[in-house]
Design a protein. Structure first.
Length: 208
């Protein structure tokens, strides 16, 4: 960790939850605990979840293309950004469920479809959270850990991308979020391409 970076690991998770909690308290004081307050809570946790997730999702790519104390610190703390994301998004989901309960949540068909897709997403998030610790990761095994975490992270990514791309068609305020998501995916693709080129060049140099 770079000497200028003082908050890491569980301190990072605690600080993230403190900032989110303070933001939610501000929303509650300003808008109350009814529909408007819940909608504000949903917006706050949507943003916090997005950026915490992107920090974790882009850590390896940023370290590859922008090596520095900052990106090394980001990569070293990727797991804890992921934990903070999962906690933020669980709060986000709880706020959505509470609002849907208070307002009726739309048609029965829409609720069933929504609950089904959300169930899959949150199932992956809960699994990834539960296996973000050395003991539980060892219990699952490295092969299944990698499979589920890879699938889960891309499912979360695609959910964010679909959500913000749809919102961007209605409001240009959401266009930067969409472009940021696409840029992060581009970095990951470029990193994988660089790795494959390195493997090919290594194989050629080792050939007789």
């Amino acid at each position: 960790m770079g000497k200028n970076w003082k908050v890491d690991r569980w301190g990072l998770v605690g600080l993230s939850m403190l900032v989110i909690g303070a933001s939610l308290f501000y929303v509650a004081v300003r808008h109350g605990w009814g529909d408007e307050g819940l909608r504000g809570a949903i917006r706050v946790t949507a943003r916090s979840s997005l950026f915490l997730f992107l920090f974790a999702f882009s850590a390896s790519s940023l370290k590859t293309f922008l090596p520095s104390d900052g990106t090394r610190w980001l990569l070293a703390n990727r797991r804890f950004f992921g934990i903070a994301f999962a906690l933020s998004h669980l709060i986000h989901g709880a706020a959505i469920i509470t609002l849907a309960t208070l307002t009726g949540g739309g048609s029965l068909t829409a609720r069933v479809v929504g609950l089904g897709s959300a169930g899959v997403l949150y199932g992956f998030i809960l699994f990834m959270l539960a296996t973000s610790f050395d003991r539980t990761a060892a219990w699952v095994g490295p092969r299944w850990w990698k499979i589920v975490h890879t699938l889960g992270s891309y499912l979360v990514y695609l959910t964010f991308l679909a959500t913000y791309a749809r919102k961007a068609t209605d409001s240009p305020a959401f266009l930067p979020h969409t472009l940021l998501l696409l840029a992060v995916l581009g970095l990951r693709i470029a990193r994988r391409a660089r790795g494959r080129r390195g493997d090919v060049m290594g194989a050629k140099s080792a050939s007789p």
